[in-house]
Structures are given as structure tokens and as C-alpha cells.
Ligand binder design. Structure first.
Ligand code: SF4
Ligand code: SF4
Length: 382
């Protein structure tokens, strides 16, 4: 039976986080259960983009520090890294406050710029991945996801966190090759099966709701989750924020393809009381969740949420155009001087939401058409 540790943690005050992480690790048997002296362990925080910790876009440095210190105490040689959606790994790690902690603890930033191909014949969706050199150079991975809403996958949590182990520009190609959310989720499950992190520690002290994973609102949840089972951990996070785990594709396929278990009877929550930590008003965009995989090419425009740009907020930076994996981009300039807001060609848009994910101004939101909202209300369980 999968064990998920749920630990209350009210703030990022370091002594609170250290205590919470220490208690959680104890409940799981201590670091030495998964780490032998001298092993090279890579810490993989969520470093989506260059944002300070208070924006809640990235794993908080206090959580990173607490886990890193525990691993060092257990005798591991700790490195760290991620491949951000936007910007280079060094800049993002510095801005997120992770690099300062790493420098203090003497942790090396691993190479996430280059990678090499690794076969995965057991993949249900993907039989080969290009994995960052820094990951391949380690003996094992400890994954540090941040709980946030996500346009395509509903939440970014333990299963999705390994996507950053693929070097930067290659990630966009997956969106193009796998435009259906179901296929994309199965690919993420394959990737986590391949990399098989030894432990997941989710930062949900202050999560992100609404227009995540970059431009949502910070939302205090006050807990840290830990498990060796990514699916059980994400399912527990879903239940705590009022989402049906069976509707989150990474969780659903995670169970189906043997990555872990999400049914209540197959997992045990230990630590603090779930009842005290349930959050009833988390804005997790359930409509998007349920409709994510719906709609043929013809129905897509009428049903599936579409990205829209708020003209007054847009600064015409062009990042959305740059990040669109469709060629030519499905969002583009409409005038040669680039003075007008970029416009969408929805017939070509594959609804990967990369543009919404990276817009530095939060100018892009997802709009669910009337028919989509109706379909959600009338035919789908909440
Ligand atoms: S990324 Fe955002 S701010 Fe920049 S052009 Fe696109 S919509 Fe405007
Ligand atoms: S316009 Fe946005 S949602 Fe559509 S394909 Fe391009 S990046 Fe993806």
C-alpha cells in the first residue's frame, strides 16, 4: 500500500519547514532508506521561469534547503537542476532563490542544457526520451514539485515535475507531437516511470490557483506532501483541493500504467489529519480539467478552452509567439510594426497552452466557450 505523508506547515519560515520536512522523512523511515552514503542525488525543483519565491511559480528555497540538508546529512552528494520553460537554468535558479541556497550548501548546478537519448521500450506512449546530462550523471532523483494549476494537465505536481528533465527546446516538440492531452499525460507517466525518482516532496505551503502555472494567484494551503509514489501523492493533493483525481490525466494514466495508485483504498495517509487541511475554495479550473481531452478538430473551437489575450495587459513582448510549437505560430503578429496585440488562429491552435504558461504579464487566460461550459455542467461528474 502506498504511503503519503501529509505534514502541516504554516509558513516558509525555515525552522518550520525544516521541522516539517524532518518529521515527514522520519515517518517514511528516514533518508537512509533510499540514499546510500556517497550516492549522487539530483534534486529536481520546479524552476518554471525566473520569478522570485513570493510569486509561488517555483519550489520554495526553504523546502529545497530542508531536503538538501537532510540528504547531505545522510551522506549523499547532492546536485540540482531543472530545464525552465523560459530563460536559462542559471538565471531562473538565481531569481527563484534556489541558487543562493545551493551555493551556501556547496551543491553543483547540473547540466540541463544538453542531453542524450535513452530508450524506454516499456513506454505506453513514448519509447525514447532525450534526458538532460545532469540527470543521467546522477544515481537517483529526488523530485520537488510545487502544487499549481496547469492549463493542459490541470495540476502540475509529482508526475509532471519530471518534464523539466528534458532539455529546454525539446519540450515544445512534445506538444506538437502529442496535441491530445491524454497522449501528453501518458508521455509524462512514461517519463516518470523511466526516471523513477526515489522520493517526491511537494511544496504546497503556498500553492498557486487560477491561471497557473505562472500567472495564477498564490494560495496558502499550509502543507507539505511526501511519498515514493507520485500518483498517490498527486491524488492526495487533488483530494485536498477538491479535485477528483480520476479526472486528472496524469493521475488516471499513472495508475493505469503501473506508476502508482490513486484509489483511496490503495493508499495510506500518515502524519497530520486530512480533515484539518482540506481547502474548500481552491480555484482549480475544473471546467478545463474535464474538457481537456474533448473535442475533435471540428468540435475543438466550440468546446475546448481557448487562450485569449487581454489587450490592455499585453506588452507586445512576443514571448507567446516565440513559444508556440506550431509552425507557423498559431498566435502571431498582425501588423509589421508589432504594435497590435498578437492574434490567434484558433483553427491551427492545438490548445497546448504553452503561450498562456509563459506569458510574463499574465495577459493570457483560458476561456471556455458556452458549449464547453454546458457540456461540463450537464454530462460530467464534478
Ligand atoms: S507573451 Fe503575453 S505580454 Fe507578451 S506578447 Fe504575448 S500576450 Fe502579450
Ligand atoms: S497558440 Fe498557444 S495554445 Fe495554441 S498552439 Fe500556440 S502555444 Fe499552444
Amino acid at each position: 500500500m502506498a504511503k503519503v505523508v501529509l505534514i502541516k506547515c504554516d509558513s516558509y519560515d525555515y525552522s518550520s519547514v525544516k521541522k516539517a520536512v524532518g518529521r515527514g522523512l522520519e515517518l517514511l523511515g528516514g533518508c537512509r532508506v533510499w540514499v546510500a552514503e556517497g550516492e549522487k542525488i539530483l534534486l529536481k525543483p520546479n524552476l518554471l521561469s525566473a520569478q522570485p519565491p513570493e510569486k509561488c511559480v517555483t519550489t520554495h528555497p526553504a523546502v529545497f534547503r530542508a531536503v538538501a540538508e537532510a540528504l547531505l546529512e545522510a551522506g549523499a552528494v547532492v546536485t540540482y537542476g531543472d530545464s525552465p520553460a523560459l530563460g536559462n537554468p542559471e538565471r531562473v535558479a538565481r531569481k527563484a532563490g534556489i541558487m543562493a541556497v545551493a551555493e551556501e550548501l556547496g551543491l553543483e548546478l547540473a547540466d540541463f542544457r544538453q542531453g542524450r537519448d535513452v530508450d524506454f521500450p516499456h513506454g505506453s506512449q513514448n519509447k525514447k526520451f532525450t534526458i538532460a546530462n545532469g540527470v543521467l550523471a546522477s544515481d537517483g532523483l529526488v523530485s520537488l514539485p510545487k502544487l499549481k494549476t496547469h492549463g493542459l494537465m490541470t495540476i502540475t505536481g509529482a508526475v509532471k515535475n519530471q518534464f523539466g528533465c528534458i532539455p529546454g527546446p525539446l519540450k515544445g516538440e512534445f506538444h506538437l507531437r502529442l496535441p491530445q492531452p491524454e497522449d501528453f499525460a501518458r508521455m509524462l507517466v512514461d517519463l516518470t516511470r523511466l526516471l523513477s525518482p526515489r522520493l517526491f516532496v511537494m511544496d504546497a505551503v503556498i500553492a498557486m490557483e487560477g491561471n497557473g502555472p505562472q500567472n495564477g494567484r498564490p494560495k496558502k494551503l499550509g502543507f507539505i506532501l511526501m511519498s515514493t509514489d507520485a500518483v498517490a501523492l498527486d491524488a492526495t493533493a487533488c483530494r485536498l483541493i477538491g479535485l477528483n483525481p480520476g479526472q486528472v490525466l496524469t493521475v488516471k494514466y499513472g495508475q493505469e500504467f503501473g506508476l502508482g495508485s490513486y484509489h483511496e483504498g490503495d493508499l495510506e495517509i500518515i502524519g497530520d489529519s486530512r480533515q484539518d487541511l482540506v481547502v474548500r475554495d481552491f480555484d482549480a479550473a475544473k471546467t478545463r480539467t474535464a474538457l481537456a481531452g474533448r473535442g475533435s478538430r471540428y468540435l475543438r473551437n466550440a468546446v475546448v478552452p481557448r487562450p485569449t489575450i487581454a489587450e490592455k495587459v499585453c506588452t507586445r513582448c512576443g514571448t507567446c509567439i516565440q513559444m508556440c510549437p506550431v509552425k507557423p505560430p498559431a498566435v502571431d503578429w498582425t501588423d509589421p510594426d508589432k504594435q497590435a496585440t498578437p492574434a490567434y488562429q484558433y483553427d491551427r491552435c492545438i490548445r497546448c497552452y504553452c503561450c498562456q504558461e509563459v506569458c510574463p504579464e499574465g495577459a493570457i487566460t483560458l476561456y471556455t466557450p458556452f458549449l464547453g461550459r454546458l457540456l461540463h455542467r450537464t454530462s460530467l461528474p464534478s
